[in-house]
Design a binder for this molecule. Sequence first.
Ligand code: AMP
Ligand code: ZN
Ligand code: FE
Ligand code: FE
Length: 293
Amino acid sequence: MKYRKGSAARPQVPPPPRPEAGARIDLHLHSLHSDGALSPAELVARAREAGVSILSLTDHDSVRGVPEAREACRHEGLTFIPGVELGVGIGDDEVHILGYGLDTKGRPLQNALDQLAGERIDRMEKMLAALGRLGVTITLEDVQAETGGHIVGRLHLASALVRLGHVANHGEAFQRWIGAGRPAYVRRQLLTLREAIDLILEAGGVAVVAHPGLTRRDELIEYLVRLGIRGLEVYHPKHDFVDVSRYLKLCAKFDLFATGGSDFHGVGKLDKPPGSAATPADQYAKLLKYIKI
Ligand code: AMP
Ligand code: ZN
Ligand code: FE
Ligand code: FE
């Protein structure tokens, strides 16, 4: 074995397991079961075209796309990891927790997700009422027409507002009405950190902090680790080099693995394609130690 010039001879250690050398591993993708545009099978096909060979479907508050995505991956020869993305309320901020390798058929998980879906409908009705008071007429059916699943969110609302001609694009919808703090914004019912992490762990999954650079609540990471978090999503289209180096340092400090994914939705101009951010193979191998797939 060759070493770089100047490096002392090192003891022979086995190389880190590399399940599929050169694999592109995208562990953050959305389908129409939450606020993505594509069906799970279409999403898998798109990911494969983009060179992704290992992927996770991480819909918001839903695992209903998992069977179709698993089957499509089997068909296309890709490795599939079941996943979910849960929103947590921290003061006025929202932190997202990713769960991987869950048993998606368990009753406690399904009951909790059904409850979150119902609360999203109640919240959407409040946002539509607020829009009505602002003179914008739009119904729950208009919003539900934008989703292929049972989850309704602000991205669907923005799409419906564009379709009905109330705004020119998604950005305008968030800017004028439905972004946090705007007049038709209503916060949805969110889980606590402990609830979100426990749901994932009790379903046999491993919990990871999604895009920590977006909320920047780094002071929480030590507490999150105590609650059972085992990884940080270091590689994300909205993380810059400074974010990546900061979160790699925090991974080293707390002995966490570093994941990555594109957070592809297939909606809006700013969306980045599958594979545009990815998980390094050695970090994926660390994640695999926590789950059965
Ligand atoms: P919800 O879970 O219903 O609160 O919707 C959150 C989703 O809305 C996020 O996942 C984003 O896709 C989208 N979103 C939130 N804020 C903005 C924004 N300012 N511009 C565009 N999309 C946004
Ligand atoms: Zn989303
Ligand atoms: Fe997120
Ligand atoms: Fe996401």
